[in-house]
Design a protein around this ligand. Structure first.
Ligand code: ATP
Length: 309
């Protein structure tokens, strides 16, 4: 009997993204704090009789995710996850992967990484490979530096490339407003601009360390303290490539957001609110300001990849 398995995986924001100087091989050491938020991708894996990996991609109802830039060939990170799992377990099975996206594409919120984490878990279950969590973590790290965190979810510190994950204590809920842009920013381009700014002396890069202020605010469930401690070393580079993001940030501050930053490599802007009601008020103000293409609210932390069927 063919069984379909559906897995849901969250997007994320980086509460801290401290980036060290790039090395010759392009590696940038990171000290990051991730928080998974309640915007979800779902991936349904259905085993096939042949060895093909066949993808379909759509937007979650009401999410209006622009899927035009998402490949449906073997370059899709969900397909790469299935291929990596197959290789690890010496299989040649095929699978249909139905991806339903609720996280903006190329928005710095790890939507692709969520597809990879969800596809990994869904295929492992659908093919019944008997993978341990450690084996899935190891494959996840080969797919992308955010994938191990998305498998685990909640709040975590990431070191190295961001793939060496340690869970972090966090109390209560944090309410986010996420303002997205139709035109994405390539993570590679943002790192390129970061490197240029360092090389030309416009900014400095130091060895990154986890911020005590963020850890203290998380443990206390202190949104104001967290807002004051938010760090994103990629923000100047993202703003240099996409200067209009400053007007999104200004609009969020006009609506009394506790803090605002570019999310990851952007162009999504994340604003932290006092409460769910305050998040809705900021979202309304951002929508009227017409500075973003779409505005959503989401709270965090959210669980990592989980089976929903
Ligand atoms: P991160 O926050 O991890 O840097 P992101 O959220 O900025 O990632 P993604 O949405 O993961 O960016 O996608 C970046 C690019 O990867 C897309 O523009 C697309 O070309 C390619 N891609 C490959 N697979 C996927 C996928 N399953 N979903 C979205 N994009 C994908």
């Amino acid at each position: 009997m063919t069984r379909s398995v559906t897995v849901r995986a969250p997007g994320k924001v980086n509460l801290q993204l401290s980036v060290g100087p790039g090395r010759e091989d392009g590696f940038h050491p990171l000290a990051t704090v991730f928080q998974a938020v309640e915007l979800y991708e779902t991936v349904t894996a259905t085993p096939r009789d042949d060895d093909a990996i066949v993808l379909t991609v759509s937007s979650a109802p009401g999410a209006h995710v622009d899927i035009s830039g998402v490949p449906i060939d073997a370059s899709n990170i969900a397909a790469r996850a299935a291929i990596a799992l197959r290789r690890e377990f010496g299989l040649s099975d095929g699978v249909d992967l139905e991806i339903v996206k609720g996280v903006p594409v190329a928005g710095g919120m790890a939507g692709g990484s969520a597809d990879a984490a969800a596809a990994l878990l869904a295929c492992a279950e659908a093919w019944d490979v008997g993978a341990s969590r450690t084996q899935l973590d190891e494959i996840a790290a080969t797919l992308g530096s955010d994938v191990p965190f998305i498998l685990h979810g909640h709040t975590a510190v990431g070191l190295g490339r961001g793939d060496q994950i340690t869970p972090a204590m966090s109390r209560g809920r944090f309410h986010w407003v996420l303002a997205t842009q139709r035109e994405g920013l390539s993570t590679a381009d943002v790192y390129g601009e970061f490197d240029r700014m360092i090389a030309e002396g416009e900014r400095e890069a130091v060895d990154p360390e986890i911020s005590d202020a963020i850890m203290v605010a998380l443990v206390a469930g202190d949104a104001q303290g967290l807002a004051e401690a938010l760090v994103n070393d990629l923000q100047p580079a993202a703003l240099s490539l996409a200067p209009h993001l400053q007007s999104v940030m200004d609009a969020a501050l006009e609506a009394d957001a506790l803090g605002v930053m570019v999310s990851g490599s952007g162009p999504t802007v994340a604003a932290l609110a006092r409460s769910r009601q305050h998040a809705l008020a900021i979202a309304a103000h951002l929508t009227v300001s017409d500075t973003a293409d779409a505005v959503v609210t989401a709270s965090g932390p959210a669980p990592g990849a989980v089976l929903v069927t």
